[in-house]
Design a protein around this ligand. Structure first.
Ligand code: 5GP
Ligand code: ZN
Length: 115
């Protein structure tokens, strides 16, 4: 999608530190990390937010796979055993800044409990 920074990162038109790629997702290091491990799992297909995800099997599979990619990356980053958080901010009250679905993978130290 035009004017979407994460679409541009997917297309390689904006630089990023890419740590993973498959047919459906890329994962990049967050530019402002909030924990020692802070990776963003980004679907290649543009969706503004979870509100845009359909209930047909294609979208359901894709969202399920996003968790599996996060699990795989947690292992790669060495935080499987110590623990990690997966977050999807959705909409204004959740503080969503980038209107292209992404899952945050956070870990590498005890994370603050709360919202
Ligand atoms: P949100 O608040 O939308 O859930 O999270 C957006 C996240 O994307 C923030 O943690 C922010 O630091 C990160 N971010 C924003 N723009 C870029 C960018 O151009 N590249 C990378 N790697 N991360 C970004
Ligand atoms: Zn996009």
């Amino acid at each position: 999608m035009l004017n979407c920074n994460f679409c541009m990162i997917v297309d390689g038109k904006l630089p990023s530190e890419r740590v993973y790629e498959d047919d459906d997702f890329i994962a990049v290091k967050d530019i402002h990390p909030k924990a020692p491990v802070h990776v963003l799992i980004i679907p290649k297909k543009h969706y503004d937010s979870i509100n845009d995800v359909g209930e047909h099997i294609g979208d359901v599979d894709l969202m399920g796979k996003m968790i599996i990619v996060a699990k795989r990356l947690a292992k790669k980053e060495g935080i499987s055993a110590s623990g990690y958080r997966m977050t999807i901010n959705n909409g204004e009250d959740a503080g969503q800044e980038v209107d292209h679905i992404h899952m945050h993978l956070l870990g590498g130290e005890p994370l603050r409990v709360g919202f």
